[in-house]
Ligand binder design. Sequence first.
Ligand code: NA7
Length: 295
Amino acid sequence: MTNVAYLGLGIMGRGMAANLLKAGHTVTVWNRTPERCQPLVAQGAKQASTPAEAVADAEVVMYCLSDDRAVEDLVWGAGRLIDAVRPGQVVLDMTTVHPDTSRKEHAAYAEKGVDFLDAPVFGSKNEAANGGLWIVVGGKREVYERVLPLLQPLSETTHYMGGAAMGASMKLVGNLVVAFQLEALGEAMVLATKAGLNPHDVLGVLHVTDFKSPIFDGVGAALVRRDFDVHFALKLMLKDANLIARFAQDLNVPIPGAAAIRENIKIGVNKGWGEENASAFIKVLEEGAGVEVKG
Ligand code: NA7
């Protein structure tokens, strides 16, 4: 059993920390807002009052925060994690960040003799809670293999993608596909509704065809119930859309479709739906067409 420090108990982090506990590991948690540690403490975690205290006895350190700025704060800013880690430890960043941030983390930890992996995750609230995430990892393969037993209780699959920042790069590539699927679902359901089709019948067809997708099923069912309860916040989807835009720009890759979707997401956030589920930006498409998808 491994001594793990888990930092950041948002929607994703709290599910992962709970699954590490269930798998029998010793888990010390820290969260910027300390009250959020309570449910994990009730499940057997130790609570630390600073990141340094959390990692003091840890063999492996994991964190999953909202964005690049939060990671900067934890590692080099208020959290001073970089001063607290010591040689021999392995650190995993499971946040969705720009590959440049991952490269900066790889370099900084290497200087301290600490092994680091960028290990962002696909899936949202339910997959985090059920240990059904899909994890993509960048860094040294032998370090990845060493921590695999810790990733298994969190995930359905793990994929080693290559050296530093390859996990972060894969995550942005995958999130580009997610953005298109949500946009496709939204445009299709709005068009279908305006054409007089029954949304349940439409979802029934989408469920069986050779263009089916679990996203169409899950988000589609929530959409017709008008359920925008947060599993993955729209404000974080905008953060990811901005990261994808920067990533593509750096590599001189045109992504005209993703650029159009980013505009819709931005409008949704500006309308005040940032704390709702990512699918809330479909309401922008509905407003444009003057219909609401419901059933
Ligand atoms: P949440 O539920 O918004 O959780 C975000 C977490 O990040 C939460 O623990 C926050 O602490 C923490 N956070 C945010 N800013 C900071 C700073 N500056 N310093 C330390 N900790 C911070 O996000 P999710 O769990 O849904 O998503 C996490 C990642 O997975 C994200 O990259 C997604 O795109 C994918 P708080 O509780 O607010 O004090």
